[in-house]
Design a protein around this ligand. Structure first.
Ligand SMILES: *Cc1c(COP(=O)(O)O)cnc(C)c1O
Length: 373
């Protein structure tokens, strides 16, 4: 039984504001229910055509050059970090760390026995940074969108980096929701449970020729490192070229991903998606600006993410109670990232979220604040 009942007319049409897994569009679920490919072989034409369609839609969405490849495999973005330690980092990487996810990749590298300790530039959470230029770095890594803190960083060229080095961008929560010129990177990788409104479990990597060449070099060295098949980017690329994955993928995840790609492309592509998330976040931050009980966690407006908004509540507000009341009224997952302060709320505004629902969310929060403060 709810502590407080928010008036029906204030409630959003869809109360899912999580930062991943995030809102799945009901229309996509209908496509899934009608799909005839579930329960059929991933080595036969219907599933391979689906994978091929996803690869060509991603190529179109990002305007990828002909010599880039869309590669995919099982295990999500976390598995991709391990794969990068095997298949992409030759000896040393340099990281920009400004939240839990950027930290996790740096940590994965630092625990890899055959790699040097990585260079890590870390700033206070709520801010952002690019990696330091390092003469020994053969990989540079940062995140397009740091989901734990709601900081977005540009996918930009790195002045002074060795031309041989690779740039790996964690785009898990950015891809499909923020515009990017991915040609400034070598690998733009993500998982489909955020802007792509699918389920977790897959990693997808847009790979430059230099990245694929690095993977070939590292995974085929005769006296080189141990390369498990699941962490072998060259093997994944060979499979992807045949519209396959190394081992069985979750086919429902592929169907939902394809449905979301079709929806985004039919509405105008990345420009549509980016405008929608920009509008959602504009509404959230405008509300924050006019609310004396709330302030932005990300103080520099230029760093504020359009897809994940983080808001610090005034000390007069019991933020966990606010989240609990919202949850009891069907508005879910606005709790802050687990290791961040409990005085926050975090609002996922991925492409599927209707900007009008963000406005309704803020109206609901105002209503609850009126009751509990
Ligand atoms: C969600 C997220 C991840 C983790 O993705 P998994 O698929 O759960 O491994 C990594 N990086 C960022 C930026 C994320 O938002």
């Amino acid at each position: 039984m709810s502590e407080l009942r928010i008036p029906q007319e204030l409630l959003p049409a869809d109360g899912r504001f999580g930062s991943g897994p995030a809102k799945v569009r009901p229309e996509a679920l209908e496509t899934l229910a009608r799909s005839r490919v579930l329960g059929t072989s991933h080595r036969k034409a219907p599933v391979k055509d689906l994978v091929g369609h996803i690869r060509s839609q991603l190529t179109a969405l990002y305007g990828l050059p002909d010599d880039w490849q869309v590669v995919l495999g099982n295990g999500g973005s976390t598995a991709f970090w391990d794969l990068a330690c095997v298949s992409l980092v030759r000896r040393r990487s340099s990281h920009g760390v400004y939240g839990e996810f950027t930290h996790k990749f740096a940590s994965a590298v630092s625990r890899t026995p055959w790699l040097d300790k990585p260079a890590v530039r870390e700033v206070a959470y709520g801010s952002g940074c690019l990696p330091d230029i390092d003469p020994d770095a053969d990989v540079y890594a940062w995140a397009h969108n740091e989901t734990s803190t709601g900081v977005a960083m540009p996918v930009c060229p790195l002045d002074g980096a060795d031309r041989e080095s690779l740039v790996l961008i964690d785009a898990t929560s950015a891809a499909g929701g923020l515009a990017a010129d991915v040609r400034n990177a070598d690998v733009y990788y993500f998982a489909p449970q955020k802007n792509f409104s699918s389920d977790g479990g897959l990693w997808i990597a847009l790979c430059s020729p230099a990245a694929l060449q690095r993977a070939d070099e590292l995974t085929s060295a005769p006296d080189g490192r141990w390369v498990p098949d699941t962490l072998n980017l060259s093997l994944a690329a060979q499979n992807a070229a045949k519209n396959q994955t190394l081992n069985t993928p979750a086919i429902a995840t592929l169907v939902l991903l394809a449905a979301q790609l079709d929806w985004i492309m039919d509405n105008g592509g990345l420009g549509f998606a980016a405008a929608r998330t920009r509008e959602s976040s504009r509404r959230l931050y405008e509300w924050v600006e006019h609310n004396e009980l709330a302030r932005p966690y990300v103080t520099d407006p230029a760093l504020r993410s359009p897809v994940v908004g983080t808001v610090v509540m005034d000390e007069r507000v019991d933020a966990p109670r606010l989240c609990r009341i919202l949850r009891e009224n069907g508005i879910v997952d606005v709790e802050p990232y687990r290791k961040l302060g409990t005085d926050q709320i975090r609002v996922g505004m991925f492409t599927s979220v209707d900007p009008d629902d963000v406005s309704r969310l803020t109206a609901c929060i105002d209503w609850v604040l009126g009751e509990i403060v």
